[in-house]
Design a protein around this ligand. Structure first.
Ligand code: 0PR
Length: 385
């Protein structure tokens, strides 16, 4: 019987392994377009330890709930959130943005979101889910929100303004301080999408890069979404939405009479404590210094990649703000397809006619050295060079 069971198990795991072999994996170093990375070993270990926990029923796991509170306290301090603030653990940038816009809608009942053309596609979901209207504001030549155009688009029905602290396509940072002042004066809810840049910008500052402030030190910033499963080196799925006022979370809470807590805020019910424990463990392990070193090394590789790409004769969309590079191409889709056939993953951005490389911690200069000849040959075949 036991041997039958183990044979069955073996068969299942062989099947799983066969499927998994078809996946690209971060450890190959060939994923150059993703905003995620292989979770830090400490994150992996903590994740496995908390597999059975459910933060949807916090009385069952007060210990895990405490870890969650400590992680939110860490993010709160990291983003200089005031004492009045509160945090909500979310599955990532999409849920962070949805939850922020849900709050903004609950607070004012209005429905028009002003956002830059570079905003993430999760806002399309928001419009569809909550019957909201997206009003796009053009970006400048530097691909950031044009604040003068923003000012002209404010209407009576404007529910919120969205700013990007690390855009998906190019890693640009909108003029968050100016947007914050404007929203503060106009009493408009201002959400900062720092899904990617949240774990980058504070360290760029420490490394003396010239980048704008984006956090709660700016008085008009109402909420910030930051993802630990991107540059936080944690495991998927984990992000945090911080809001300036605790009572705003009450606007998205419902009574939850038959579980232990009286109220439940946010979109999810049952949710795993594993990614929370993982994110907390890795943040404790790396500390500010560890993250700073990580960002420094990502920027070093970004600079190296930038030099090698331009030396081929290809041009960049702009000087990289963070560890994201946009390479201008005539046929990005064709180049991406050909690179993929050769085992290299980068993202196409048809809208801007470029490809996007994200230099995550697993990417080294040696990997760039391997990639450059492949890129060169591909671009020559396609007529880009
Ligand atoms: N906000 C911004 C600024 C983002 O860049 C993203 C995702 C989101 C929100 C949504 O985050 P979640 O996907 O965590 O909900 N940006 C990445 C992108 O679209 C997501 C990604 C990650 C894509 C890994 C591919 C990949 O392999 O590029």
């Amino acid at each position: 019987m036991d041997s039958l069971k183990s044979q069955k198990k073996q068969k299942i795991f062989n099947e799983l392994a066969r499927m998994q072999q078809r996946d690209f994996c971060f450890s190959s170093g060939h994923i150059l377009g993703s905003m995620c990375t292989v979770p830090h070993p400490v994150a992996r270990e903590a994740y496995m330890q908390f597999l059975e926990t459910n933060l949807g029923d916090p009385e069952l796991c007060p210990g895990t709930k405490e870890i969650e509170s400590r992680y939110i306290a860490f993010i709160s301090k990291f983003l200089h959130a005031p004492k009045t603030s509160a945090g909500q653990i979310v599955s990532g940038g999409t849920e962070g943005n949805i939850t922020a816009m849900w709050i903004a809608k609950q607070l004012s009942g209005k429905k028009e979101i002003l956002l830059p053309t570079s905003a993430h596609f999760s806002f399309q979901k928001i419009a569809s889910l909550m019957g909201m209207k997206l009003v796009e504001v053009p970006v400048t030549n530097e691909y950031v929100m044009d604040v003068s155009r923003l000012k002209k688009k404010i209407r009576k029905n404007t529910v919120a303004v969205v700013g990007l602290a690390g855009s998906t396509e190019l890693g640009t940072i909108d003029p968050i301080p100016e947007m914050s002042d404007f929203c503060f004066d106009e009493h408009i809810f201002f959400h900062v999408d720092a899904a990617f840049g949240g774990f980058v910008i504070p360290f760029l500052k420490k490394l003396h890069y010239k980048v704008p402030n984006f956090d709660f030190r700016l008085k008009g910033v109402c909420s910030i979404s930051i993802d630990s499963h991107k540059m936080g080196y944690a495991a998927i799925p984990l992000g945090t939405l911080m809001v300036r006022r605790k009572q705003w979370l009450e606007s998205i809470s419902v009574d939850s009479p038959y579980i232990s807590s009286e109220k439940q805020a946010g979109m999810l019910g049952t949710r795993s404590g594993a990614p929370v424990a993982a994110a907390y463990a890795v943040a404790q392990y790396l500390g500010q210094d560890g993250y700073k070193k990580m960002v420094e090394s990502c920027m070093d590789v970004t600079q190296y990649a930038k030099n090698r790409i331009t030396a081929l004769g290809l041009s960049l969309m702009m000087k990289p703000t963070m560890n994201v590079i946009g390479v201008r191409l005539k046929k990005p889709g064709v180049v991406v397809k050909k690179l993929s056939e050769q085992g290299w993953r980068v993202n196409k951005v048809e809208r801007l006619s470029c490809i996007r490389l994200v230099l995550m911690p697993q990417i080294t200069k040696q990997i760039i050295d391997e990639f450059i000849p492949v890129l060169q040959k591909t671009c020559e075949e396609v007529g880009e060079l």
